[in-house]
Design a binder for this molecule. Sequence first.
Ligand code: NAD
Length: 398
Amino acid sequence: MLRSATAIKSLAARKSATSLYSTTSSRGMKILAILYDGGKAAEQEPRLLGTTENKLGLSDWLKSMGHEYVVSSDKEGPDSVFQKEIADAEIVITTPFHPGYLTRDIMEKAKNLKLCVTAGVGSDHIDLNAAVENKIQVLEVTGSNVTSVAEHVVMSILLLVRNFTPAHEMIERGDWKVSDIARNAFDLEGKVIGTIGAGRIGYRVLQRLVPFDPKELLYFDYNPLPEKAAKEIKARRVEDLKEFVSQCDVVTVNTPLHEGTMGLVNEELLKHFKKGSWLVNTARGAICDKDAVAAALKNGPLNGYAGDVWNVQPAPKDHIWRTMKNPLGGGNGMVPHYSGTTLDAQARYANGVRSILENYFGDKPQEPVNIIVGKSGYETKAYGQRGSEKAKHGFSSS
Ligand code: NAD
């Protein structure tokens, strides 16, 4: 693949940084990475950087500086590599696609732990309150895969609204019954589309939908969009969540998972969705109640549900979201968690992890946008309004 001039420049800069750190960083650190196994695919495709085989492309660099770099996918239970090796690790890197869960209990045992890096976006696998109390910094590679996810959301909205999957399955079966598909196929034009969470991904989704000529674009977020940004895409904020969902033909979920969003889309809220509406969730599985969603697809009001995130990952073989359908046999756009791990995204988040490590080794300030928990505590506005009254009660969903 051709490398851009910027990529070549950044590689050159990294090379000189490597020699700098190999001479100045005398203190060998233990760095633990929990990644997913890529198997044959990772051997054949070196750009699958987020795998245990390709180790985020950091192995030679870290070893050249005398650091110990332990990489594994084994993360469950007290005898796992994760729980054993974390005991004396200074840095833990993990990816949302196969996260090592940093609970309070594990953090308290990890006496040497100072930095948790999320290779991607979404640090809900880390107990952020415990990180603050234990003075452990939490950083993620903010923005690294937001376009990848936004594109996936737009694709998922289209495949649900246009009833794509049953149409393709029909073709594979050798059948041809246009009316069976067309009876539940619509245009996106003229629909009301709304995002719960209008941050980097949510805003990009709305931006990308403008050319489809929707009737209206709505958003629900405790952080209002800057006036200019909202005006540019003619997005209207709705402050009451029930009111918001009752106006949308399509709802997309784009918030982090935290105390205020866990189970936010539940049986009660689903009662307020429009009859025949579609729901797309690429944020985190646990934001939507598993059984309530399946029931709403079977009995209404949902006509379709799509996404790539699950309440348990990997999803068990009998997880109801794998096979749930609407009464016409369609409406399921579920895939494994991959929207934010395209090869383009992997290059960006691997590069971003390296920059975070360079800053840490060189005792340089981190990019403010990457800091979830910094040296002086909780620093983002995205994982709930912590410390305020709203945080204690969860963000109002009424
Ligand atoms: P962001 O921080 O830019 O935006 C998140 C927005 O959600 C913020 O505007 C915040 O105010 C809002 N928010 C938080 N709690 C809310 C609540 N209770 N109600 C309404 N709004 C709320 O984050 P982003 O880059 O857009 O990413 C969002 C999430 O998407 C991530 O945290 C992650 O969980 C998920 N994600 C998934 C993938 C994937 O591969 N499927 C990849 C990247 C990110």
